[in-house]
Design a protein around this ligand. Structure first.
Ligand code: N01
Length: 539
């Protein structure tokens, strides 16, 4: 790619667009606006380099539980054909290397200022520009503000008494430093979500002793990770056009055909046959969406899937008391989890399971963790796999102000709103990538969908000489209501998880996703652009 220096075309502005984030979303936005539309783009990331989520989440065992062939961008044929991966699931170092390769291939790095956090963004009614302020005290103006802040990047670090006096090391999986050595150490892990499952299975074989502090027992199926042979990869590369067509018209975009057969109508023997095949195949989303079509919507189907997993757990875990603690008591309706022999980990002599729902963490001592019962666990390292203030957490931690100084934090205090997961009323020319009420899928295909729609709208505005765009409050409210209605057709709101903000004390439990799938979401977006954006106010 030849080096060019773009000139700002927006009168009175420092840049045409500011992009925040150097993950999948931000990188693609810089490419679309700068490389394809010739805009002068300034980009920031708080991290020291490219990668977003995959820069920070370097914990042992970090892997994407989406299969390697669809955990990447689809838009660049050359990059697709160059793609390298060893296993069915792509690891964090591989993803980070891939995103760096994308950045170099598309010459994106030169637009970025790293180690720079955007602390505030304010829309100026008089100039129609955004003023973006960083933690280094810089302030720049731009017509468009594109935020690729990540769905899961504001870390949730619960506070426990005595944490500051603990003599060992405290780490959060979402801000993992270089050079951590867990081998031979007494390690405690708090949290058993997707991250917990990965870090637990990776740590158990190397730690001197591992204590898992489990608050909620989880349904975990095998991931089925295997080396991927050259023939399979060649076949995937040769059929990418068909693969992406299928992915983008599917619901969860994981690269498998979702089932259309309800478990409700299947016999118990047939259900078990299908669940067993899925167990052998591996994959969390596959187990929930590839087996039967109604696991997430029918209590009968959900119970059948849950019972199957519970039976497996009982067969695998040798100690009946540990098996009892590991058995979930709620329904199977959180983000589906998968792991590499997760339940088998608890058969190891060097692993202890502490049920901190029954016996909560009372405090950190100088040398470990004491539970309410008085039981003490001596530890050298405590790993918090306690998740994130998801979806809106990154937005509300920033000071964002739209028309007439309206604060996003105030607007979203009863739960985030947002139109299409992309825009917000009274916040002109703000385009969020994976903002609230967007699709719940394998993320790269949803990110591409959103960035392409944003770039199209920007192109239309530039061609017509328009200054601002924002959704009507009515369209936004209707979208939020639609997301609620769809969510209530599923069993997901009945389980307590970050998907509804239930993991953060004090956070209002609310719908934050459009759960009707990527295919339907893409139809909504294309319908809007083809009909001239009837729900958007342009100025
Ligand atoms: O976070 P989580 P995560 N005391 O919120 C527990 C994506 N992801 O980082 O269930 C004790 O799911 C909490 O307990 P409970 C993926 O979308 C993707 O694991 O609230 N425990 C729970 O067990 C995923 O869903 C990949 O009762 C406390 C855990 O901590 C999302 O990230 C890999 C506690 C948090 O689980 C988030 O997953 C990894 C407390 N005070 C993650 N507070 C891929 O493979 C919380 N917990 C692509």
């Amino acid at each position: 790619m030849t080096m060019t220096v773009e000139k700002t075309r927006t009168g009175g502005a420092d840049y045409d667009a500011v992009v925040v984030g150097a993950g999948f979303g931000g990188l693609y936005a810089v490419h679309k606006l700068r490389n394809e539309q010739g805009m002068n783009v300034k980009a920031y990331d708080n991290a020291a380099d490219i990668g977003g989520t995959w820069f920070w989440n370097r914990y042992p065992g970090a892997v994407s539980d989406t299969e390697s062939f669809v955990y990447r961008f689809s838009f660049d044929r050359e990059l697709l054909q160059r793609g390298r991966w060893k296993n069915r699931y792509v690891t964090q170092p591989e993803i980070l290397a891939y995103l760096n390769e994308v950045a170099d291939h598309l010459d994106l790095r030169r637009s970025y200022e790293f180690n720079t956090k955007v602390s505030a963004a304010q829309f100026d009614d008089a100039t129609g520009l955004w003023k973006v302020t960083t933690d280094k005290g810089q302030a720049v103006t731009a017509k468009y503000l594109i935020t690729g802040l990540g769905l899961l990047s504001a870390t949730n670090l619960p506070k426990f008494k005595g944490m500051d006096t603990f003599k060992g090391r405290i780490l959060h999986t979402g801000a993992w430093p270089e050079g951590v050595e867990l081998a031979g150490k007494r390690v405690g892990i708090i949290g058993t979500g997707s991250t917990g499952v990965q870090v637990i299975t990776a740590t158990a074989p190397i730690a001197k002793h591992l204590t898992v502090f489990q608050r909620s027992a989880q349904f975990v199926v095998p991931i089925g990770n295997t080396p991927q042979d050259a023939e399979t990869i060649a076949r995937q590369k040769a059929t990418y056009d068909d693969i992406w067509k299928q992915v983008k018209s599917s619901a969860v975009a994981f690269g498998f055909e979702e089932s259309t057969i309800p478990a409700e109508t299947a016999s118990p023997e047939e259900r078990d046959r299908v669940f067993e095949a899925a167990w052998q195949r591996g994959g969390g989303f596959y187990f929930m969406f590839g087996t039967f079509s109604d696991i997430a919507t029918s209590q009968v189907a959900n119970d059948a899937a849950a019972d199957f997993i519970k039976r497996k757990l009982k067969q695998i875990v040798k100690d009946p008391e540990t098996a009892r603690k590991l058995t979930p008591s709620d329904l199977y309706a959180k983000r589906p989890l998968c792991g590499d022999d997760y339940y088998g980990v608890y058969n190891r002599d060097n692993v202890t399971l502490a049920d901190v729902k029954a016996d909560p963490i009372a405090e950190f001592t100088l040398t470990g963790i004491r539970l309410a019962s008085g039981a003490e666990h001596e530890l050298d390292v405590v790993i918090f796999a306690t998740g994130f203030d998801a979806v809106d957490g990154n937005y509300t931690r920033m000071d964002m102000r739209g028309r007439n100084g309206v604060s996003l934090r105030d607007m979203w205090k009863e739960g985030p709103l947002g139109y299409l997961g992309i825009m917000e009323a009274e916040f002109p020319n703000l385009f969020m990538i994976l903002g609230p009420n967007g699709p719940f899928t394998n993320l790269p295909p949803s990110i591409e969908t959103q960035v392409e729609w944003i770039a199209d709208m920007v192109k239309t505005m530039e061609a017509k000489g328009l200054k601002t765009s924002e959704p009507t409050a009515q369209a936004r409210d209707q979208w939020v209501e639609l997301c609620r209605t769809i969510a209530n057709m599923t069993l997901f709101p009945k389980a307590e998880s970050w998907i509804f903000g239930a993991n953060i004390p004090g956070k209002k439990n609310t719908v934050m996703f459009y759960l009707a799938g990527l295919g339907n979401y893409r139809k909504v977006l294309s319908g809007l652009s083809e009909s001239g954006y009837p729900t958007i106010i342009f100025d």
